[in-house]
Design a binder for this molecule. Structure first.
Ligand SMILES: [Zn+2]
Length: 170
């Protein structure tokens, strides 16, 4: 499952619509040091895949590199069981998250950032809808469905016109 930043394909939308959280003061109740935390979205870029998950690649304003990589899937357990062909509850729980992604770099702030995702970001319905919308844009770009079908339509219209012209000329 190769994951790619939403920002790579939609830089303008990502710049306007990427969620960030600012922490003020010395070690607030979040357990995070003051700074700005951006929750950059990553999606799977495998053609034809529809795994319906996001990876939050969290970066902080005060140092380089990812602070955490957090996985989350918004569909039902049944959806992921079906998609994986495996209904092991542990496997499904890990797919759905939100959880720290195994095998990704995590820092000492990762747990606190996971709490922010779970208790703040995912409680915001408008934000959840935004993630799903970004996912659809991303999938459409990867699979090229809408582009392919609009090209096909144009070609059909052009062919039709030529035929009519020829017939008139005969
Ligand atoms: Zn996928």
């Amino acid at each position: 499952m190769p994951y790619q930043l939403f920002h790579d394909l939609f830089p303008e939308m990502a710049e306007e619509e990427t969620r960030s959280v600012t922490v003020f003061g010395d070690r607030s109740e979040t357990g995070l040091p003051p700074g700005e935390y951006a929750f950059c979205e990553m999606f799977c870029n495998e053609r034809g895949c529809d795994c319906r998950r996001v990876f939050f690649y969290v970066v902080a304003s005060f140092r380089e590199g990812p602070e955490a990589v957090i996985a989350w899937g918004w569909e039902s357990p049944e959806f992921y069981a079906n998609w994986m062909g495996d209904d092991d509850p542990e496997v499904i729980a890990e797919l759905m998250g939100p959880c720290l992604n195994l095998g990704s770099p995590q820092t000492e702030l990762a747990r606190a950032l996971l709490d922010v995702v779970r208790n703040v970001l995912l409680q915001d319905e408008a934000y959840v809808e935004r993630i799903k919308r970004h996912y659809r844009h991303f999938r459409t770009r990867i699979d090229g469905r809408s582009m392919a079908s609009s090209r096909l339509r144009k070609r059909k219209i052009k062919k039709g016109k030529t035929k009519i012209k020829k017939r008139k000329a005969e």
